[in-house]
Design a binder for this molecule. Structure first.
Ligand SMILES: Cc1cc2nc3c(=O)[nH]c(=O)nc-3n(C[C@H](O)[C@H](O)[C@H](O)COP(=O)(O)OP(=O)(O)OC[C@H]3O[C@@H](n4cnc5c(N)ncnc54)[C@H](O)[C@@H]3O)c2cc1C
Length: 395
């Protein structure tokens, strides 16, 4: 593995660093986003930031140039992630479109679908959500029961999805439906692009333990979807769906936020007292911080190893599950350790009106568990690693 960057990669890093230094502080005061309690105001601020990044050419840099990206190399993507993390810059919104739906359509979409949908993704003119999970189909996604029945040039969709992130803000949804109830469960599924403004769709927000409501239940009652919005072949949507999932796991494995989190934890331990002295002077705290720093480094080198494999021309494989599993569990360990440092004060909620840093950490602790579930639970990732990476026998 060669850790040096080329002159062109260094130039790319500087271009982004300078752009961020110039633009970020115009959009956010330090800590502003952590403290913002109104989800609509928060969203509007993130939208404005996204649009500034888009105007600067910093959204979807991995997309090919013909679709508005920069055709960034894997190393440039890594540099991008590092610089965004270093600057504490919020990532672009519309992640489902940019990370998953766009690349899936580039691979599977018809020319008409590519032309209609892809151009409005990076610019955020159209926000997307992912209608996969159902009340009885999460880890076992292929058990899904939402039905799509042919009717002339349309499908008619009936059923329910759940945990649909961003559905309340979305214009479009990638929807998995059963189109052949008699086929074996992975075979009778189709992948549709559904206009969220269609009659018959009801979106009901689900409040999370953090107090936010970022995901939803979505009900479909006789919703008409044109057949032109079928991606891939009818009843063969499972293949398209797994392409999307592979992009999701690659995206979720990004490590860039961990260096910043590590720095914040050390700063917290310097500021807070534990047993009558600075927490950072406590040997237990120091050992725990060291162990977490080692885990962050291990995750970084795991990611570098994956990038090296890709540079050698090997396709992304189930190894993405390693980064997803380890990264989300590490995040949980790190923010939970902040609670230990804070002690009882770590239980003070932002709704108490106390705007200090304890509320920020509590919110992170409460949100961290969700990342170990969304995009495939830790248990499911362990199964994938055991069976497909380590080739262990199936239990
Ligand atoms: C923050 C968040 C955002 C999400 N956003 C979306 C979204 O936008 N769109 C969408 O479609 N879905 C979304 N989801 C849903 C997510 O994909 C599912 O929650 C996840 O796949 C697990 O499914 P489930 O909740 O039905 O749990 P289940 O599958 O019912 O699992 C329950 C428990 O059983 C364990 N388990 C299940 N099967 C196995 C097995 N074979 N071996 C060992 N253990 C097993 C699981 O690990 C878990 O602990 C989101 C979830 C979260 C938390």
């Amino acid at each position: 593995m060669d850790f040096r960057y080329s002159a062109a990669e260094d130039a790319f890093r500087m271009e982004l660093r300078v752009w961020l230094a110039e633009h970020l502080s115009r959009h956010f005061a330090p800590g502003e986003l952590d403290e913002e309690q109104d989800p609509d105001i928060r969203f509007e601020k993130l939208l404005a930031w996204h649009r500034a990044m888009y105007a600067g050419g910093w959204v979807g840099i991995h997309w090919p140039r013909i679709y508005g990206g920069r055709g960034a190399s894997l190393i440039e993507q890594l540099v991008y992630a590092e610089e965004m993390g270093l600057a504490n810059a919020p990532p672009p919104i519309n992640p489902i479109a940019i990370m998953m739906v766009g690349p899936t359509l580039m691979q599977w979409g018809t020319e008409a679908q590519k032309q209609r949908f892809i151009p409005k993704m990076l610019s955020d003119e159209e926000i997307w959500c992912q209608g996969y999970s159902e009340p009885n189909a999460g880890s076992d996604l292929a058990s899904l029961q939402t039905r799509a029945v042919e009717d002339g040039d349309d499908f008619i969709v009936n059923g329910q999805k759940v945990w649909t992130s961003l559905a309340h803000r979305s214009h479009w949804c990638i929807l998995l439906c059963r189109t052949d109830p008699n086929a074996r469960k992975h075979l009778g599924i189709s992948y549709l692009l559904v206009d969220m403004r269609s009659p018959g769709i009801t979106v009901r927000p689900l409040a999370q333990i953090t107090g936010d409501a970022e995901f939803n239940e979505v009900f479909f009652e006789n919703v008409r979807v044109p057949k032109a919005n079928l991606v891939g072949r009818q009843n063969e949507g499972w293949q398209v769906a797994t392409t999307t999932l592979a992009f999701e796991r690659v995206g979720l494995g990004a490590v860039y936020q961990f260096d910043r989190l590590m720095r914040e934890l050390v700063a917290l331990a310097r500021r807070r007292t534990l047993n009558g002295r600075r927490a950072i002077d406590d040997s237990y705290v120091r050992q725990r911080l060291a162990a977490l720093a080692i885990d962050v480094a291990a995750l970084r080198y795991t990611q570098y190893r994956q990038v090296t494999q890709r540079l050698r021309g090997e396709p992304p494989g189930p190894e993405a599950s390693v980064a997803k599993l380890f990264g989300t569990e590490l995040n949980l360990r790190m923010v939970s350790f902040a609670s230990e440092i804070l002690g009882p004060a770590g239980l003070i909620d932002r709704r108490s009106g106390r705007g200090d840093e304890t509320a920020k950490w509590l919110r992170r602790v409460l949100a961290a568990r969700a990342f170990t579930i969304g995009g495939g639970t830790s248990e499911v990732q362990r199964n994938i690693i055991g069976e497909r990476v380590l080739k262990l026998p199936r239990g």
